[in-house]
Design a protein around this ligand. Structure first.
Ligand code: SF4
Ligand code: SF4
Length: 309
């Protein structure tokens, strides 16, 4: 084997190792989130990843869903807040790349299409702001509800919010629909009379239909635009993106190894459209980076490396 052949072989081995390890981590995390079904937990652990408020039988909690629920119960959400801060400070958005169940689903959907839609950088940057708006609206609704309930005047507000009171975001979250509502519907179908089930579906239930439409649109979009939900909509992603800038974990690019001109392998493979080549050499902690390490494995000169701290 020639020297260049050996190098290509070695790189292929590394590529195989990182991506396989990530997929295995995602799969195991997915199983762990549901391991209560096999007799484990539930554990008093909350992680800043998107799962569901509606699934009672879960081993690990979804920090943002629990935060909304605790505010609805007038409890200070110290545990979910600590989870967001500690994880983000040490690991940035790594859990988005390696653990999040909804991120895993999107990564699998990405395989359906070989060619994806490329948004211009300007459109992309504009759209990344949507998730901050969603985060702000959710915190505003949950926060004002908590304050009004604590001061004894929130009964009417809570009643007006209805299904949105325990989780203004989760009431429409596609992850809740996928991981909680749909399985429940399937179970109902199994145990209930089929006619009653169909009649129940056909009855005009605006919230249910809105949820289903949002979930289908989200999943279809993920086929065409990798991690579109994480890039533009997810409030978990927004909170972590904000804190990611201060993360101990980052990436560095070796100026002696990076050929830059003519090679955009890392940029092209990045699912989050991180402007890697315009980032500082020594260390970059881009808000959108989910530390999937696809850029690390795609670099033929091995110029990109994780950096901690
Ligand atoms: S941004 Fe994506 S990976 Fe991160 S929590 Fe949200 S859905 Fe999960
Ligand atoms: S910069 Fe690299 S590690 Fe970060 S999201 Fe893009 S490909 Fe993944």
């Amino acid at each position: 084997m020639t020297a260049s052949g050996k190098t290509a072989f070695r790189i292929k081995k590394v590529v195989w190792r990182i991506e396989t390890a990530r997929k295995m981590a995602q799969f195991l995390s997915f199983a762990l989130f549901n391991a209560v079904l096999f007799g484990l937990g539930p554990w008093p652990i909350v992680l800043p990843v998107l799962y569901s408020l509606g699934v009672q039988q879960k081993t690990i909690g979804d920090a943002f869903a629990i935060l909304q629920w605790m505010l609805h119960e007038s409890i200070f959400p110290w545990l979910p807040l600590a989870s967001f801060f500690l994880i983000a400070v040490f690991l940035g958005r790594t859990l988005c790349g390696w653990v999040c169940p909804f991120g895993f689903v999107q990564d699998l959907l990405e395989y359906i299409k070989r060619k994806h839609i490329e948004l211009s950088m300007r459109t992309h940057e504009g759209m990344t702001r949507i998730k901050y708006v969603i985060l702000a609206i959710t915190l505003l609704v949950s926060g004002t509800l908590a304050i009004s309930l604590a001061t004894g005047v929130g009964g009417g507000y809570k009643a007006a919010l209805g299904a949105f009171a325990p989780g203004p975001f989760n009431a429409l979250s596609p992850a809740d629909t996928l991981f909680a509502i749909l399985p429940r519907m399937v179970l109902n179908l199994r145990y209930a009379n089929l006619d009653a089930f169909v009649a129940g579906i056909l009855v005009v239930r605006p919230l249910l239909w809105t949820r289903l439409v949002i979930m289908v649109l989200t999943l279809v979009l993920a086929v065409y635009v990798p991690r579109s939900w994480c890039r533009y909509v997810c409030p978990h992603g927004a909170a972590l993106a904000f804190l990611n800038r201060f993360s101990f974990l980052g990436l560095k690019r070796d100026p002696l190894k990076c050929t830059k001109a003519g090679c955009r392998a890392c940029v092209e493979v990045c699912p989050m459209k991180v402007p890697i080549l315009d980032s500082p050499w020594e260390k970059f902690t881009d808000p959108e980076c989910i530390y999937c390490l696809k850029c690390v494995e795609s670099c033929t000169t091995r110029a990109i490396r994780p950096k901690f701290p």
